[in-house]
Design a protein around this ligand. Structure first.
Ligand code: FAD
Ligand code: AMP
Length: 484
């Protein structure tokens, strides 16, 4: 086989593998290089998302949710289940099985689409040459018409809480605990901190989340964030806002190991709190270690991301970059869409990506999901808007399912009625917000959604009612603003 490719992708996370498959579908001779190895040392695809991110975290969220339901939520339904217990190693083994199944699925897709899977490390040299070092250390220089960099991101570490992979772990370590920690600390009450805190909290840990910011989920719509904070408080998650961790010290040994964490609250007072395990979830950073030769021609921006334009072209001709390693939200689906766009561009098509409509979900229970702009952003942009807020407590399906906490908030332009954003905390929020994403993609008004026939009884009816409420027409609650 010749070593000249139309496309070489470096990284097989959701950005890279999707780009490789789409490129191959379009008839381009494509290879994808991946350096990730599984627990047995075998090269595997899927990147962060499949191996230590979206999929394993959701596997543990689902197990812990079932446990919590069996333990507590069946009360009042007339169901008794006796003593409920959790076998943590079995839960982790199930998660590992799912990861293996999903990454194996990508290897299968590569084969059926004729993507050459290369297991090892890729380095971009000048003039679209790629140095490939396989997992045995053998080097080959590959040539490509186009190179797509999709090297992803890694957790940020902070000097005040150094990861020791035992008492202090990052998100990856928190997917591997072999028993439920009695006292669990989480630094950072962001997306990942909340999800992992929820997993272990549901299984019985006393969870304290220490968050440096004064406001909860500062990037989310604040009405929905406040509603979520109330719900999490009732669940027993101890979320301490305005608390910046300044030091940590691991004490004791063996089973008696614990970590004392020092933090400064918003009034400048110092406090200590001791945990059996501490998860550091303070964000992720773009990963480019060893990726670029000095003369590759690819520039980084001030945050260490690979610099790209709106079409994901880097500063080097024929070299593209997608996913977490470039600007924008660090979300699997954002990278995948960039992958499709770049593959199609390489094949001569002219797609553009709509960065304004990217759904964002936090998989707590209930879920938090949003699409479009928040009320705070719209206000800052100086646009006139109307809001419709509808509570799940007025939705029959939600009440019947005992899932009636939360709200749907829809925001539309005051003059055109075009939907500008939708923010949800509530049952199935991830799937509900996607309905609004589709509507927004087609330039929908709130009235369009309100006029759509929704099945009854469904959770989705909350979306319709929120859309109706934008113009004061909600049926199942008193409208704040009354219009004919
Ligand atoms: P990655 O998935 O990081 O993949 C990059 C790949 O490139 C890696 O496999 C890496 O080994 C490889 N690589 C890097 N350098 C080289 C090289 N030189 N040679 C060869 N290979 C290389 N996002 C969501 O949208 N929804 C979620 O629910 C969600 N949950 C998450 C939960 C957790 C716990 C975490 C940590 C993340 C979560 N994310 C979620 C974020 C999501 O995982 C990332 O946004 C996504 O994986 C980014 O995709 P990517 O392809 O850009 O990079
Ligand atoms: P995310 O980017 O959604 O993963 O969230 C990471 C969170 O960690 C952010 O909300 C940060 O404010 C928070 N954070 C970062 N450093 C610290 C720290 N030293 N102490 C407490 N919280 C922190």
């Amino acid at each position: 086989m010749s070593d000249k490719y139309d496309v070489i992708v470096i990284g097989s996370g959701p950005a890279g593998y999707v780009a490789a498959i789409r490129a191959a579908q379009l008839g381009l001779k494509t290879a994808c290089i991946e350096k990730w190895k599984d627990k047995e040392g075998k090269g595997v695809n899927g990147g962060t998302c499949l191996n230590v991110g979206c999929i394993p975290s959701k596997a543990l969220l689902d197990t812990s949710h079932k446990y919590h339901e069996a333990h507590q939520a069946y009360k009042g339904h007339g169901i008794s289940v006796g003593k409920v217990s959790i076998d943590v190693p079995e839960m982790i083994a199930r998660k590992d099985k799912i990861v293996k199944q999903m990454s194996g699925g990508i290897a299968g897709l590569f084969m059926s689409n004729k993507v050459t899977a290369l297991y090892g490390t890729g380095k971009l040299l000048a003039n679209r040459k790629v140095q490939f070092t396989d997992n045995e250390g053998k080097e080959t220089i590959l040539d490509a018409e186009n190179v797509i960099l999709a090297s992803g991101s890694v957790p940020v570490d902070i000097p005040v809480a150094k990861i020791d992979h035992d008492t202090i772990v990052d998100s990856t370590g928190a997917l591997e605990f072999q028993e439920v920690p009695k006292r669990l600390g989480v630094i950072g009450a962001g997306v990942i901190g909340l999800e992992l805190g929820s997993v272990w909290g549901r299984l019985g840990s006393e969870v304290v989340l220490l968050e440096a910011m004064d406001s909860f989920l500062a990037m989310m719509d604040q009405q929905v964030a406040k509603e979520s904070l109330k719900i999490f408080g009732k669940q027993g998650l101890d979320i301490r806002l305005g608390c910046r961790v300044t030091a940590s010290e691991v004490k004791g040994s063996g089973k008696k190991k614990e970590v004392e964490v020092t933090y400064m609250d918003k009034d400048g007072n110092e406090s200590n709190v001791t945990f059996d395990k501490l998860i550091v979830c303070v964000g992720r950073r773009p990963f480019t270690d060893g990726l670029l030769a000095e003369d590759s021609g690819v520039n980084l921006d001030e945050r260490g991301s690979i610099y790209v334009n709106d079409l994901c072209s880097t500063s080097a001709p024929g070299v593209w970059a997608i996913g977490d390693v470039v600007r924008g939200p660090m979300l699997a689906h954002k990278g995948s869409e960039e992958g499709v766009m770049v593959a199609e561009r390489i094949a001569g098509q002219k797609p553009v990506m709509n960065y304004d409509i990217i759904p964002n979900v936090i998989y707590t229970h209930p879920e938090i999901a949003s699409v479009g702009r928040t009320e705070e952003q719209i206000k800052a942009d100086g646009e006139p808007y109307n809001i419709g807020v509808f509570p799940f407590i007025a939705i029959g399906r939600a009440v019947a399912a005992d899932e009636a906490e939360g709200i749907v908030k829809m925001i539309a332009h005051a003059e055109t009625d075009r939907v500008l954003g939708c923010h949800i905390v509530g049952p199935n929020a991830a799937d509900l917000v996607q309905q609004v994403a589709i509507a927004m993609e087609f330039g929908s008004s709130a009235e369009d959604i309100g006029m759509t026939v929704f099945g009854h009884p469904t959770f989705s009816e909350a979306v319709k009612e929120a859309a109706l409420a934008v113009n004061g027409h909600a049926i199942h609650m008193p409208n704040r603003k009354r219009k004919k």
